[in-house]
Design a protein around this ligand. Sequence first.
Ligand code: UGA
Length: 405
Amino acid sequence: MKIGVVGLGYVGIITAAVLASRGHQVIGVDVDKEKVKSLNCNRSPIYEPGLDELLRKVKINYTTDYSKLSDVDIAFITVSTPTVNGKILLDHVFSAVSSLSNVLRRDAIIVMKSTVIPGTSRKAKELSGMEVVVNPEFLREGYAIEDTLHPDRIVIGGDKSAGDLVEEVWRFTNSPIIRTSLEEAELIKYASNSFLAVKISFANEIANLCERIPNCDVNVVTQAMGIDKRISPYFLKAGLGYGGSCFPKDTLAILGFSSELGEKLRIVEAAVEVNNERPLRAISAMKELMGEIKGKRICILGLSFKPGTDDTRESVALKILNLLEKEGAEVIAYDPKAKVEGIKIARNSEECIMSSEGVIIATEWSEFSGIEPILKGKYVFDGRRVLDLKKLDNAIMVGVSRCKR
Ligand code: UGA
């Protein structure tokens, strides 16, 4: 098929690359000239395992010119949908819909892959007069290619025959395909991300409780819980909370949307509240260990919102960094992949640790396991459960009571 992909962010680039690798003719459109230029030179603007290799193997035309999509069969919309002041911003989506409706063939199909609140795609259909199908994305950063090739499920919402064409695109995955209404497909994405956020916050509250009960370790508790098939072991890992470009924005967007409808999503609200408190745990732990933190040198290991990515959007590490600076601590940081301007960065974890009195592990990069010998004599807060507490003297770990050593 001839396929257009509008919006070359995470989801757009991966979708374009995977579909091109399946033999489709793909044209990628973005308004950002620099991004288009660098993609045309085979330089990916994002770090994602396996992506550079995949982009070198496929042929995709990247352009800023929507008219190049005039003869595509399908156009995926993968533009960003930020949440601003508790409300989803749909400007990019509607601008893409309007540009597409000016250039597409009348029988072409617009596929909404961007995460949008229920009702958005129906409005897009009415405004454009085009057939619109909702096909939400469930890929995780760090596993984006694998998740696109082998998703747990594919959701396709909308008209029967238009949906059939989109089904044909993804049939190679052999994943279960669920056909729904436009609104159901839109809501499935929010309900899924919110539920995962709830699971994480639940585990984090149990972690808080474990810290107050002698001889308790949250990992032992959640691992045993997870063996129950009804609960499952995933997204039960206690730590410093969720970050990234999805859970924080999507939970707030669905809360804003539901309250406009007069329905309070109390459980999601609580999950957000618990998550907002996670960075504070790092500060209270450092105070518990060091007493005063004003004027003390503290290092943060890990800046990305999770390991395996250089993405620092809504990263808990950066929130902790700001809080430490507000408290008057001197902060230095190290991350294997993420680059952040305006902060003091060490070349490696050893340099970061050596120049500090206190250490916070904020992202569980695998290279931080086994670093106990260089942490000797430091005050350590392990917010992501990578260290062996028995090997350290002055350390606190999320979810472990201090007497369990
Ligand atoms: C998430 C979803 O997992 C995807 O299914 C979805 O497509 C995507 O959002 C999106 O909406 O586009 P992603 O943001 O890449 O994917 O990252 P996750 O792997 O889900 O992790 C999110 C955050 O939760 C990270 O900060 C991670 O450290 C944290 N987390 C995850 C925990 O604290 N505990 C866990 O047990 C799992």
